[in-house]
Ligand binder design. Sequence first.
Ligand SMILES: [Mg+2]
Length: 302
Amino acid sequence: MTADSDSGPRLTRALDSLRGLSVGDALGSQFFVPAHYPLLKRRELPEGPWQWTDDTEMAASVVAVLAGHGRIDQDALARSFADHHDFDRGYGPAVNRMLRLVREGGDWRELAAALFDGRGSWGNGAAMRIAPLGAWYADDPEQATHQAEISAYVTHQHREAVMGAMAVAAAAAFAAGAAGPPTPEALLDGVIGLVPRSAVGAGLRRARDMLDYDDASTVAAVLGCGRRTSAHDTVPFALWAAAKGLGDFEGAFWRTAQVGGDVDTNCAIVGGVLAGAAAGAPPRQWLERTEALPRWLAARAV
Ligand SMILES: [Mg+2]
């Protein structure tokens, strides 16, 4: 199946975002290594290569499905997640088990709905992988939220996880718009307008109120920074950091990483949102130290 005629520029933007996401994820995860804590304080880079984690692996499936179908096909997405699931990439235990069962023939609809005693996961996993989809739909942020919603259900069926994915997709769409990155206020106002009432939405309104703060650790203490790995504990801070750092990948990365929390996922979200626009591309040296995108993706999408 081939994507529609618009897919050239859309795919280019999505891949740019995915590369930024992978740099944020891979470099961010370096700072879970205790020997690297002093480097983080001094904003110095560890030696490469930096390996990416589940955030990048799942985001590559999102891009592959968009490239192949021109939209999110849930069954294709579930199949790609399961087929390319590498146990050693830092997935949470619930998703590890679920993807193994899908690979063995289980129905993702039943498995995702049954997680956490039937409430579905409210983890940040649907949000961490979705920025490239937002970049794909830079010309249509509302469609980005619809497609993000559909994509979330494949693994994360709790309302907050879905809202988190919608918010990140909207932010990435606005950030990659043809007119260039918006102001921080315009970015968050645009996102808030597309996210229904929810804890994620409430967090985003608090994030909007705190755009005049420069101290990221105070903002992270108020909004959360993924220590509980929930969508509402992750997405508002990550999008605050993205809004503050539009057009400045390097500064945004350090500001996000230095607050701690779910560092690889926070930095994957920020990197993916920024890098869909040319102005937000990661430094070349950072890209060179980051593990290349999965080979199976290159065969299917590039
Ligand atoms: Mg990860």
